[in-house]
Design a protein around this ligand. Structure first.
Ligand SMILES: Cc1ncc(C[n+]2csc(CCOP(=O)(O)OP(=O)(O)O)c2C)c(N)n1
Length: 377
């Protein structure tokens, strides 16, 4: 089924409020929602926040649905338990089933295995959406969530709803994000792609450890230059800055670099207050801000509206820059690597992604060579 057809069905069942965090399996659904102003989609910064927004929407008379990857089901456990289930808030949860039947990237395998059991533990009724049973499944879930006054989940395996770009199937294709929103601050218009920006920064590096946010940031950096000092964070979206902070605090002798994304940082904005409040001088935080969730199909993030560099300054980073082109980026990088931090560099980049392979290393290999590069074998 196409994403637009699924959205038609949701509308027929009177869903009128949508919140979530993107997954590539939801690409078609989210882009269809983006074309229907009467069906508002709230781009939540985390899945549990989406559950909270849905609760508020129902309290105010709406009929909410939350769209998320099953990784976000993990993030949402407490919100579901101590909000939706405790008060009794109806909510349709459309949860993509990454790691379905053990076939996926390593970061999805455990969560893929336990997703139905997590829902069982919570006491949330659920069904796996099937291509032939989709209409009946949605009718069942809607009946149940309204009658029970509690959340009900539909697990969405790969292939049931068509993806728009089918990017993995056409790895040669370069993509361009939607540019239908006006640029708010013309001085921040980017002149450099993320891949080009990565090349500029990596040329300035010595042996600094670099913690990478998940998704295409890892993959493009690996394609520019693989280094044993690179920690490629494959899952755990949002936590690159926290991992980097842990490294920086334990190793004040090593300047520690984080390559973050806007979606990743928005998912863990509190990390700015940890870095700003604790103030490790050796912490250098780059954010590649393409204003979209590029790794899941270019859904707009809130960073066009929210100045991440100003948030960092407000949180206490003493050294903050925003750059849009190569020359300024190189200058800022050299300065950040030599100055007392924590340092924050907002790198505004265009939303194009390079066709790059997945990280080929098993997670324990990434772990061991990183520790060895820090002299902790
Ligand atoms: C908890 C959780 N929710 C959703 C995802 C799916 N996901 C993987 S990468 C990504 C986008 C990351 O966005 P950003 O940090 O802006 O980097 P970009 O992809 O634009 O380079 C998302 C939503 C995930 N991995 N984990």
């Amino acid at each position: 089924m196409k994403g637009t057809e699924f959205v038609d069905l949701l509308e027929q069942h009177r869903y009128d409020f949508f919140a979530g965090v993107p997954c590539s399996l939801l690409e078609g659904v989210l882009s269809a929602l983006g074309t229907r102003p009467r069906l508002p989609y709230l781009p939540a910064i985390r899945e549990d926040a989406a559950v909270g927004c849905a609760a508020g929407a129902w309290l105010a008379g709406g009929q909410p649905a939350v769209l998320m990857q099953n990784s976000g089901l993990g993030t949402s456990l407490n919100a579901l338990a101590s909000l939706s289930l405790m008060y009794g808030f109806p909510c349709l949860l459309v949860v993509t089933w990454r790691g379905f039947q053990g076939q996926d990237a390593p970061e999805h395998l455990l969560m893929g295995d336990i997703s139905p059991r997590l829902l069982d533990l919570l006491g949330i009724p659920h069904r796996a959406l099937g291509a032939s049973s989709l209409e009946a499944d949605l009718a069942w879930a809607t009946r149940e969530t309204l009658a029970r006054e509690a959340p009900v989940a539909l697990l969405l395996p790969p292939g049931v709803i068509e993806s728009e770009h089918a990017r993995e199937a056409h790895p040669g294709a370069r993509r361009q994000a939607r540019s239908d929103r006006p640029q708010q601050e013309p001085d921040l218009a980017p002149c450099v792609s993320r891949s080009e920006a990565l090349s500029v920064i990596i040329r300035c590096l010595g042996d600094e450890p670099v913690i990478h946010a998940n998704g295409y940031i890892c993959r493009e950096s690996y394609a520019v230059a693989d280094r044993p000092q690179n920690f490629y964070m494959l899952g755990s979206m949002g936590l690159a800055s926290s991992i980097g902070l842990g490294v920086a605090l334990i190793r004040p002798d090593r300047r520690t670099v984080v390559f973050d994304g806007d979606g990743n940082l928005l998912m863990n904005l509190g990390s700015l207050s940890m870095a700003g409040g604790l103030g490790p001088k050796n912490f250098v935080h780059f954010v590649f801000d393409n204003e979209v969730y590029g790794s899941t199909g270019d859904q707009p993030s809130l960073s066009r509206e929210v100045r991440l560099d100003r948030l960092a300054a407000g949180a206490g980073y003493p050294w903050v820059r925003a750059v849009t082109e190569r020359g300024a980026l190189e200058l800022a990088t050299r300065e950040a690597l030599a100055t007392d931090g924590p340092a924050f560099i907002l790198v505004k980049v265009t939303p194009e992604s390079r066709a790059v392979p997945r990280i080929p290393y098993a997670p324990p290999v990434i772990r061991d060579r990183f520790r060895a590069a820090l002299g902790r074998a």
